[in-house]
Design a protein around this ligand. Structure first.
Ligand SMILES: [Zn+2]
Length: 85
């Protein structure tokens, strides 16, 4: 198990790492600690790659598996729906 190097601390207080997606090149925001139970992203050569995980599908890429921070962030609504006053 290895944690990613945090690039930033989220507004919720969690350390997060930005890793470019291998598919889109856009930065994705990951929890730095692996989540072996629910994680669905592996970091290969410094790039984030989505892997499919379910009971019927054995991942072809070895872990550790990371989770998008947006999936767990309690502040995620701030980013999805910027409130204008
Ligand atoms: Zn957060």
């Amino acid at each position: 198990m290895s944690n990613l190097t945090p690039d930033k601390t989220c507004s919720c207080g969690a350390p997060i790492a930005f890793v470019p997606s291998v598919a889109t090149g856009r930065l994705v925001c990951l929890n730095v600690a692996p989540d072996e139970a629910k994680g669905n992203i592996v970091v290969v050569d410094g790039k984030a790659r989505l892997v499919q995980r379910n009971a019927l599908y054995e991942p072809v890429v070895a872990g550790p598996y990371y989770l998008s921070h947006q999936a767990t962030c309690p502040d995620v609504d701030k980013y999805r729906k910027p409130k204008k006053k």
